[in-house]
Ligand binder design. Sequence first.
Ligand code: 5BU
Length: 483
Amino acid sequence: MENVDNLVLKLFEIEALKFGSFTLKSGIQSPVYFDLRVIVSYPSLMNEVADFLWQAAEKPNAKFVLLCGVPYTALPLATIMSANHNVPMLIRRKEAKDYGTKKMIEGKFKPGDTCLIVEDVVTSGSSVMETADSLSKVGIVVTDAVVLLDREQGGKQRLEHKGINLYSVCGMSGICKILEKHGKLDSPTVKQVDDFLAKNIFKPDTSGVKLTEQVSKKSKKSLRYHERAEIVAHPLSKQLLKIMDSKQTNLAFSVDVTKCQQVLELVDKVGPHVCIVKTHVDIIEDFNDDFITALQKLADKHNFLIFEDRKFADIGNTVKHQYSSGVYKINQWAHITNAHSVPGDGVVQGLKDVGLPKNRGCLLIAEMSSTGNLATGEYTKATVKMAEEQADFVIGFICTSRLTDDPRFLHMTPGVQLSAGGDSLGQQYLTPNIVIGDRGSDIIIVGRGIYKADDPSNAAKLFKEAGYEAYLKQSVDFTITEQ
Ligand code: 5BU
């Protein structure tokens, strides 16, 4: 077994460790970049790295009966460890598409099994956390993770905060020392790396906080959908952001008509232009289970999520039943639902009990579009706090403007028409440009503006274009690299 100095020198030689000026995924300039993807071209080095990883986890006595590599670079490393030490492996699917119908974890396991997560580089720790979240959703226990290179930017502490010990083969400062000792790095570069580390630490607790600080310091703009899709932890948010990115739309269609056939016809016409179809199933006169099957087929055909606008507002025990039983059994088919925060966080907890096992997500109603509504000020603030505390299930808000810069939360705004105004019952309308561009929301929710139009498909296309254009103006496309 060679020592760590030799390993670091080899990684430097094959340019897996690079020094210079790099734009990271977050938009931050970094003097160092680790690109471990290249090691697949050096099989004997891969073997060595796998050995180092095994030792790093074995020495402190990490407890595990399974291994799982974080896709993609760590997959071959975990495979070698698994084969060499005869420890079964799991594969976590990276793609969120079709989530809900496909298994996210491949391989054999039983609830309570312990699993070691294997990773190539840790920065904030969010990729390890995401993998741990997916594993724990199916009952696998994760207490340990091992990484080849720790960028020493707070990832270890953040993981510890979540109950995961991180063992590393080497850290950023150790790497610099070794390379300096062997004449590969000069001291100004080492100093630059030290300065960078001192200023760029991810704080424990809220994922994405550091990133957001950086983004909002640069501008008040938000990240592009594809960048947010990489950051968010909830698979549904990921799926939604990917749909928004690929279909170039931030339009949710509120199909508030009262016959199944009408709903289905409208959704089939409008489907190509939307990322979400929002229902009020309790206004449908001839509701039946076949309707749901047909709606799900349209969701597959046109690639959108279904949001049942049920607005739960009772104690946890009651909403749990309202969400999963009765005629509508909402948790069985609606990807997203929503709740008022007025009962306190028991409402979220109750919904979560029957929603999370089905990978559902919930929006909290932090603000409303109707005139004279009481969801303002301290109520809105407390709702945001509630969402932050239940971020494994709460994926965002119904609101009239952006409430937090935390990129995990999706802001969805009803009360949208192509010109501002209102109806006779208190609804107030703003335009897509105001909602997305000026107020920084993410998704426009449009009902009558589409289904009352002479040509609903064309109306949806106009909303889609207006919303997407506003988004392009108010978001920033950072150069993407892997870290
Ligand atoms: P409209 O036809 O575009 O006005 O429909 C708006 C939809 O959004 C409708 O289904 C409402 O129930 C829903 N809505 C809203 O308008 N305002 C709110 O504050 C909330 C929901 Br919460």
